[in-house]
Design a binder for this molecule. Structure first.
Ligand SMILES: Cc1ncc(COP(=O)(O)O)c(C=O)c1O
Length: 381
């Protein structure tokens, strides 16, 4: 009998199977705050740009491995304008089939079997799972509310085997934003322990007051850090699969080497359409921020009215809410809430042990549904 590779057994069991079954059992009418996938369509000018590009047969051949130089140049210009960071499009930028692909491949490019890699807990599960698949040893760094969900850098422990530190600000699922000073501290830590540093900045354009910074503007970051960006959330383009990695030349070269042997880069027509997206950034950014701000207001005001007091997120389209009933697990609470009200939010434990006690609400559903959910919860809580 043939077996799959043993490395697959390293992955944790799928936690949400019971929740999926409960959702199916509830049937029609579930109000789903679970998925972090924008509900708005991609801007029509971006769609038109794709249509035009598809019609040009020059886009039909294999793309450049690290993306078209024109898109890389546009990203460099956008980085300069948005973050004040200069990038060399030839050596410091790689276009990706979504940031998920790049994060996964960069981990494979940097982590050897037995190496340690520090990642935030709670966080996007891909970090931990890819460290495991690469044969590494994932070291969770817990994020706590009383430290504003910032990673406590001075308390991190590094050994000669610690190779990589992963940050994610603005953060999924905690919605935390960080300041430049925290990035500088992380850069100093990474440099002093001779490790690589990554910031996943794929929510950089979804913020409410302060603009999220880039780790690359921290002094010394270019020596050790790469940052990920994505067209997915900023431009309502999750299905298009387009992201980018920028920063340290050696890390980018390592990522390219893996990619050259794994994929052949995103469809050139999509990369052309992405250039239009960047041209529209100053129009689309304010629109999506306004939309999520209005939804955030509706959810928080409603929960507050029910006595469920939740701090306002500073960035991302998530609301990270402590469950209001002590002594219940996030999974148990989420399952009961779903079964009894049809309102679904993701149990915090799905993002790591330190996420226990929380639920993540994603603001990717319409305001009227948010208000209906509050009405249902009012009768239930
Ligand atoms: C923190 C974080 N990083 C990366 C991704 C992947 O995004 P992309 O669509 O660019 O692959 C997600 C998607 O939800 C995410 O939440």
């Amino acid at each position: 009998m043939r077996e799959h590779a043993r490395r697959l057994d390293l992955l944790p069991p799928y936690l949400f199977a019971e929740l999926d079954a409960a959702k199916a059992e509830y049937g029609e009418g579930v109000i789903d705050f679970g998925v972090g996938d924008p509900d708005q369509p991609t801007h029509p000018e971006i769609v038109n740009a794709l249509t035009m590009a598809v019609g040009d047969h020059n886009t039909h051949r294999y793309p450049d491995y690290c993306g078209t130089l024109t898109l890389r140049r546009d990203i460099a210009r956008w980085y300069k304008r948005r973050f004040g960071v200069e990038l060399d499009p030839e050596r410091e930028i790689c276009i990706l089939i979504g940031s998920k692909e790049g994060i996964s491949h960069l981990i494979w490019a940097l982590v050897d079997p037995g190496d340690e890699a520090i990642y935030p807990d709670p966080s996007y599960p891909v970090y931990r799972n890819q460290i495991l698949l690469a044969g590494g040893n994932p070291i969770p760094a817990p994020l706590f509310a009383d430290n504003h969900f910032l990673m406590d850098i001075p308390r991190l422990r590094a050994t000669s085997k610690t190779k990589l530190l992963i940050l994610n600000y603005p953060s999924n699922p905690t919605a935390a934003l960080t300041e430049q000073i925290h990035f500088s501290e992380a850069v100093q830590f990474a440099r002093s322990h001779n490790m690589w540093l990554v910031n996943d900045n794929c929510y950089s354009e979804i913020y409410f007051d302060e603009k999220p910074p880039s780790i690359l503007s921290a002094p010394g970051a270019r020596d050790c850090a790469v940052e990920f960006g994505s067209f997915s959330k900023t431009f309502n383009m999750t299905g298009w699969r387009l992201g980018f990695a920028v920063g340290n030349e050696r890390m980018i070269a390592a990522l390219k080497k893996i990619k050259q042997n794994t994929d052949s880069g995103p469809f050139t027509a999509i990369q052309r359409a992405a250039q239009t997206a960047l041209e529209l950034a100053d129009e689309i950014g304010p629109q999506i921020r306004k939309l999520y701000k209005s939804r955030r207001g509706a959810l928080l005001a409603g929960l507050n009215r029910l006595g469920w007091v939740v701090p306002a997120p500073k960035a991302t389209f998530y609301v990270w809410a402590r469950i209001p009933r002590q002594g219940q697990t996030s999974m148990g609470f989420s399952k009961r809430m779903l079964a009894e009200t049809g309102v679904l939010a993701t149990p915090g434990v799905g993002f790591g042990e330190a996420g226990e006690g929380y639920l993540r609400f994603s603001l990717t559903i319409d305001r009227t549904l948010i208000e209906e959910a509050i009405g249902r919860l009012e009768k239930w809580l």
